[in-house]
Design a protein around this ligand. Structure first.
Ligand code: PMP
Length: 393
């Protein structure tokens, strides 16, 4: 836990004591036995956490979520190729910008803010052209909506297109079954539900997507190129020293520990990823009970498309962004709105990673928000915390 206020924004997030201990201390060498083991073990664990096939290729590279997106775009798309973006907000707009900068012909299927395109919308859009790949944001952090990645994967497969998902605000916190659904790239960054500090770009790439990289006609910026990184990942998998560009060694040590913690989770009869997905669902359900009990509404149009990793909550009548300072004064930091033109309409609360295993953090967060609302004139004393506690079980 941090020494300051509880950090409940949609990333970076509170991290576990084990992960914190793992990245502290002097930087280990990238060819030390400790890092060869931590790197190799992290790559192996990523396949399990991503529910990915054995022949898929994980990549661990120093960088951000945006860099992971750029890596997917530049390794898969040649200028002039047609791609489809399932656009659900701010981060899908960013993906569209990157694809256009790469020279791709971008078609989009989009919904109003707070909604997601239906699977029929996606099917219809795919039927209108011949697309090399479909890009979607699993959870759009700006509005808190979640697409149905399974139906997008299946539709893309039917149309011979690769499927690429920005899982930055979803991976580990939302169900994603890369192998069962035939997804091609699932990318994220370390500061979200994976539960690390900022600084790692992470992705798992299917054999088909690696093949597509091999077919590319245009070069890829060297530091983003899967072909540059592949021998490095293979060396670490074999616990052999290698070098292309120095990895973030403290973070790699932490990643190994963080992934072990994720894979060691249990929830009743469920183990590992099933336990992890269900636990995020349980906590998101408790948060939603709290909001509902206090008469608050979500930005997402319906609960079925509301993310399990964050809540985007509309300010009640007469209350605005001044609420954020009142919540912070109670020891909890939450985030403001992010969707352009709607920033002042809602606030966002992250509930992913370590905090979802610590019910006291979840209750403290609801307590701070409830109390700040009371100070702002909303008579909700006791309601949110009671509802949250009851739903947590
Ligand atoms: N995609 C999504 C869905 C995100 O939430 C974010 C970060 N909030 C990004 C991409 C970009 O990640 P980063 O800030 O690490 O570049």
């Amino acid at each position: 836990m941090s020494d300051g206020p509880l950090l409940m924004i949609p990333g970076p997030i509170e991290i576990s004591p084990g992960v914190r201990a793992a990245y502290q201390g002097p930087p280990p060498s990238h060819v030390s036995p400790q890092i060869l083991e931590a790197f190799g073990s992290s790559l192996e664990q990523m396949r399990r956490v991503w529910c990915a096939p054995q022949d898929s290729q994980p990549f661990i590279v120093a960088g951000s979520g945006t860099m992971a997106m750029e890596m997917a775009v530049t390794n898969l798309v040649d200028p002039g190729q047609s791609v489809l973006v399932v656009n659900t907000g701010y981060f899908s707009d960013r993906m569209t910008m990157m694809l256009r900068a790469r020279g791709a012909e971008v078609s989009q299927v989009r919904a109003e803010p707070g909604r997601v395109p239906t699977s029929q919308d996606v099917e219809q859009a795919l039927a209108l052209g011949s697309f090399a790949a479909v890009f979607a944001t699993h959870v759009d952090t700006s509005t808190g909506v979640r697409v149905d990645p399974k139906s997008i994967c299946l539709a893309a497969n039917d149309h011979g297109a690769l499927s690429v998902f920005d899982g930055v605000c979803a991976t580990v916190g939302e169900r994603f079954e890369m192998e069962a659904w035939g997804a091609d790239v699932y990318l994220t960054s370390s500061q979200k539900a994976i539960g690390l500090p900022c600084g790692l770009a992470l992705m798992v790439v299917s054999r088909q997507a690696m093949h597509a990289r091999g077919q590319l006609k245009t070069s890829v910026p060297l530091c983003l190129d899967w072909h540059q990184w592949l021998p490095i990942m293979e060396a670490y998998q074999d616990r052999r020293p290698s070098y292309f560009s120095t990895p973030a060694t403290n973070l790699v040590a932490a990643l190994d520990v963080g992934l072990k913690e994720i894979l060691g989770q249990r929830l009743g009869q469920y183990r590992a990823m099933e336990a992890c997905f269900r636990n995020h669902e349980r906590v998101a359900g408790a948060m939603r009970s709290a909001w509902e009990s206090m008469g608050l509404s979500l930005f997402p149009f319906s609960e079925s498309i509301a993310a399990n990793t964050l809540s985007a909550v509309l300010y009640p009548e007469g209350i605005g962004p001044e609420l954020l300072g009142r919540i912070k004064a109670r020891g909890v930091v939450v985030a403001g709105g992010l969707y352009p033109g709607r920033k002042g309409d809602y606030f966002r609360v992250g509930h992913m990673g370590y905090a979802t295993t610590q019910d006291d953090m979840i209750v403290r967060t609801v307590q701070a928000i409830e109390s700040a609302l009371v100070e702002s004139g909303l008579p909700v004393s006791g309601l949110g915390v009671a509802a949250c506690r009851e739903a947590l079980g």
